[in-house]
Write a protein that binds this ligand. Structure first.
Ligand code: HSE
Length: 294
């Protein structure tokens, strides 16, 4: 039986819609072995335990790509990453299925193949690539291949995930986006997406607030996340460098200096006072390893 650890991810990072994502020290673990039937156990009651399980589907895809047949799989899932909250839970399943299956077959596919296949299954690479690789990943998906760069990040920043007690499905959060945007808005975003990585990696953190502003998705998605504006305002009032919608939401992510020691406690206090007791606050750091075999 093999055991995999897969990190949560935060995609888009504001302006880098479908292009930027980073991995966080918040993990699912999956134990896996070949079997002649499907035997799946999971902590979470909403995880499918039949052929609709995403880890199983992804493993089967990899077997098929390698010309092998997968009769069944024994899976034991311990999921820390909350589902449908914008923290890459489906990408973690896809990556677990692919890396696990590749390991069981003796590693016929290389890292590039796995990055490509994961993006083909998910439809975009900004969660799948950092879940696999760790660090911050810049990725362009041409529909078949992913052109990517992974950069390890060693910073004094913390990422504070503010996770509400309601789901937001990615399909719904994508369906609310406009089919076309203006040239001006495209320039607004591409300049900020480039500024984000450069500022994060060089320590010019005072740029991060401007760098996370965007006109492609966040203005439309705010309406799907009740109290999002209040949470943004509270986080900025407590000194966050930047706040953005993590992935498709509804989690909101604050980027905070480690010297802002009491940020999480202050957020908790302010959220409670604002009647937002259902929002969880998680203090996370960047994971630079990605998916690993334990
Ligand atoms: N880039 C994706 C989106 C991430 O914002 O829809 C969520 O899967």
């Amino acid at each position: 039986m093999i055991t995999l650890q897969i990190p949560a991810t935060s995609a888009n990072l504001g302006a880098g819609f479908d292009a930027l994502g980073l991995a966080l020290e918040y993990y699912n673990t999956v134990q896996m072995e070949e079997s002649d039937q499907i035997e799946i156990s999971a902590d979470h009651p909403n995880v499918p335990t039949d052929e609709h399980n995403l880890i199983y589907i992804s493993a089967k895809d990899l077997y098929q790509v390698c010309g092998k047949k997968l009769d069944g799989l024994k899976l034991i899932q311990h999921d820390q990453i909350p589902m449908t909250r914008g923290l890459g839970s489906s990408s973690a399943c896809i990556v677990a299925g692919l890396v696990g299956a590749n390991t069981l077959l003796g590693n016929p596919l290389n890292t590039d193949d796995l990055v490509d296949l994961a993006a083909q299954i998910e439809g975009h690479p900004d969660n799948t690539a950092p879940a696999l690789l760790g660090g911050i990943v810049t990725a362009v998906f041409d529909g078949r291949r992913v052109h990517w760069v992974k950069q390890e990040v060693y910073t004094k920043l913390r990422f504070i995930a503010m996770i509400p007690d309601f789901e937001l499905k990615t399909e719904k959060a994508r369906a609310c986006l406009p089919a076309e945007v203006s040239h001006k808005d495209a320039v607004y975003n591409l300049s900020r997406a480039a500024l984000f990585s450069a500022s994060l990696l060089t320590g010019k953190f005072e740029n991060l607030r401007t760098a996370t502003h965007d006109k492609l998705h966040q203005p439309y998605r705010m309406a799907l996340i009740p109290h999002a504006r209040d949470v943004f305002d509270i986080a900025y009032a407590h000194g966050a460098y930047a706040v953005y919608i993590s992935g498709a939401g509804p989690t909101l992510m604050a980027i905070v200096d480690e010297e802002n020691t009491y940020f999480s406690g202050k957020m908790r206090f302010s959220l409670d006072n604002a009647g937002l007791k259902g929002w969880q606050v998680h203090d996370l750091r960047i994971d630079n390893q990605g998916c690993v075999l334990l």
